[in-house]
Design a protein around this ligand. Sequence first.
Ligand SMILES: [Zn+2]
Length: 631
Amino acid sequence: MKTFLASLLVSTSLASHAAAPADPIVPGKDYHSYADTNAFRVKHLDLDLSASFDEQRLSGVADLTVTRVSPDARDLVLDTRDLVIRQAWWLRGPADLVPLRHTIGVRDPMLGAPLTLNLTPEMSGPEFTVRISYQTRPEASGLQWVPAPLTADKTHPFLFTQSQAIHARSWIPLQDTPQVRHTFTATLRVPPGMRAVMGAESASNPLELAADGVYKFSMPQPIPAYLIALGIGKLEFRATGARTGVYAEPSVVEAAAKEFAETEQMMQVSEKLFGPYRWGRYDLLILPPSFPFGGMENPRLSFITPTVIAGDRSLTSLIAHELAHSWSGNLVTNATWRDLWLNEGFTVYLQGRIMEAVYGARRNAMEETLDLAILRDELATHPKPDQILAIDLRGRDPDDAFTQIPYIKGHLFLSWLRSRFGEDVLDKFLQTYFDAFEFRSISTELFREYLEANLLPQKPGAVTAAELDEWMYQPGLPKNAVLPHSDAFQLVDAARREFLGGKTAAADLPGKSWTTHEWVHFIDGLPAKVPADKLAALDEAFGLTNVGNSEIAFSWLRVAIANEYSPAYPRLDSYLTGIGRRKLIKPLYEDLMKTPAGAERARAIYTRARPGYHPIATATLDAIIYKDAKR
Ligand SMILES: [Zn+2]
């Protein structure tokens, strides 16, 4: 497969997000980076950073070892956003620093500002190393400095990074494009009593704190910038298997280790299906509740929201998802954010295969059916161009691409291929695909070529080019989609009908034996308007307002908002102020904003909650809460 690899992996990236959308998209071109990867490519990064929680800044140096691609290139252009660049040098020798002239271009609100290093004529060789001395600003979009009161234990502050999609540039000057992969090493200096962890090999004993607060890391596999990750906090470690473990605040670590005890088993299942795990260890870092996402697949160390610690392992599909990214995403990576569905759709498919093997088909069918319902909601409301797998993101923040389309529609695309070729054939194809493109970044079009060369000939005529085009380049859900189905949910539907029709009292529903998924399906299927006495009866029988499970509570609170069910308002308040996971809070704010009284409630809660939210969450929520009002 080498021939077309070479032809399509050549990328251009002149960072022209201003390109007129009428121009055809150039596949593989990254419209969200200033880096010119035809001129230079970063090969290795060495970081030496100190963390100051008082000043909310990282400060130190980044050494970039750079491979020259073009013999004529004179300037090395890097991505930055809100960095304070102090000085730049060429490292001519170990103790031989040659100052370099540097300029910072105009700041674009989305892309940040290009940092240009003017190279000296002596730097014309195939490889050189530059050193950049810099510090971050408190508003860095990729860093969240969580004050102690907003952590689980409330004794120490917490810092965590979120580099995806284009936030790495807010804490490291680099080529922030998924098509450049490099290794890294890092030295981190943190306050006494705290531990630094990274998505990398750690040189220190996880059970002991470094007395001098210095932690060293090494990432021997080349990764894209969006996977560089750091966490600092009062962290303890518990092993959950030979290769797996959990880092978390002391009050959380035992519950987390128990909740995620099946991680090693998930790894074994994944390796059997999709080939060897390439990254050594697989640990989890449990973040404070303000983490805006469910999880982030940072290699070797997935970052995980505490909202999935339910006590009954009912929300562990998130771990299967982040682990699956060790193949789809981290090993084979989207070349640009337009190709995000190659990361996420494949990962949701792998997640389903893992969940089915570990927890059985019944649970997986329920989870996939719930996913489909969410996708249908989005298809009903999202503009047509945003329903396309290979989405046009020119001129837009790549964070906008993280809808259910690349995830669930992408998953359904693979389910459809499975229906045409058979599960064994598709699983084997995926394993070959991961081997063929390991540690590479690929575009939708390159995947398509590989599919046509390697899967389609296995059963000629099983799919047509027109069908593939519809899946990849058309909005909506193709009519030939193979949709998930859950028998368990049919029983729940019947119980709901009986309850709403007055044939079954709330207390007589079989809810005590329902799983999380059955409950979510029951609540999500309630009509828009439910009589207050029925809500009160459900609440009394099953304690829904105060349920600990974050997903059940979310569904219930949506019903409460739609029906102005005031007994749930205090919980709504504590829910929205207590967690910052965007998926769980954004719809609640959107629901509240639909009525004047709700909007008033939303604004009052948001004013109190906002300081505890992550910048990625507030960027989304500000647009919802302040859409009609001047701040
Ligand atoms: Zn994912």
